[in-house]
Design a protein around this ligand. Structure first.
Ligand SMILES: O=C(CO)[C@H](O)[C@H](O)COP(=O)(O)O
Ligand SMILES: [Fe+2]
Length: 216
């Protein structure tokens, strides 16, 4: 079954706890927590203290942390302590991927690896059997509300085939411009975890948006 991870980047930060509670009550499986450092991507979002507060307010929620930062290895421990359920970092970052995966696991957390639109799916393959999640970006990371890039679909297919061939079943997540139109295409290509920011928090009826995307 397809799972949904609403991206809080599109939430109203003045009402963050309430909006998170609303989407979880409507059936969202987890919350997507986009961390941007203004270096790896040209935008700054939020970090450890915000995760700490949300985790305290919503102790049952699973936090799907997406690190768009230059040196993810340096921050693994802090995000795990703050309540991360899974930490996904970028293959294009400056930290060694193998070392970072090991550090995330050693801290008792699930590990995810993400690729930007310009990186081929094959770059993930050497790490595939050590990952609980693979994230295919369908926009250039840094901002919500961008248009879905269909090139992500081929990558999802390739990764789904590689997982099936090796008998692996990490979450196959897609992030960026996912909505009621592009979501079904991603699911058909092999994604089983959809991130949606604007298509959930940007809607007047967030609960209906969650139910719609969950039904894909
Ligand atoms: O990682 C991200 C951007 O870098 C966000 O998760 C993503 O953009 C979600 O927003 P939307 O669904 O509005 O595209
Ligand atoms: Fe994200």
């Amino acid at each position: 079954m397809t799972q949904l991870s609403p991206s809080i980047l599109a939430a109203d930060f003045a009402r963050l706890g309430d909006e998170c509670r609303q989407v979880l009550n409507a059936g969202a499986d987890m919350l997507h927590f986009d961390v941007m450092d203004g270096c790896f991507v040209p935008n700054i979002s939020f970090g450890v203290p915000v995760l700490q507060s949300l985790h305290k307010a919503l102790p049952e929620a699973f936090f799907d942390v997406h690190l768009m930062i230059r040196r993810p290895l340096d921050y693994v421990e802090a995000f795990v302590k703050a309540g991360a359920g899974c930490i996904t970092f970028h293959l294009e970052s400056e930290s060694d991927p193998g070392e970072t995966i090991d550090a995330i696991h050693a801290a008792g957390c699930k590990a995810g690896l993400s690729i930007k639109p310009g990186t081929p799916a094959s770059a993930v393959l050497p790490y595939l059997d050590r990952l609980e999640l693979v994230l295919v970006m369908s926009v250039e990371p840094g901002f919500g509300g961008q248009k879905f890039m269909p090139s992500a679909l081929e990558k999802l297919k390739e990764l789904r085939a590689a997982c099936d061939a090796r008998g692996l079943s990490p979450w196959l997540e897609v992030d960026g411009g996912v909505d009621a139109v592009t979501g079904p295409e991603c699911v058909a290509a092999g994604a089983n975890l959809l991130v949606a920011g604007s298509a959930v928090f940007g809607k007047a009826d967030m609960a209906a948006a969650v139910r719609g995307l969950k039904s894909l």
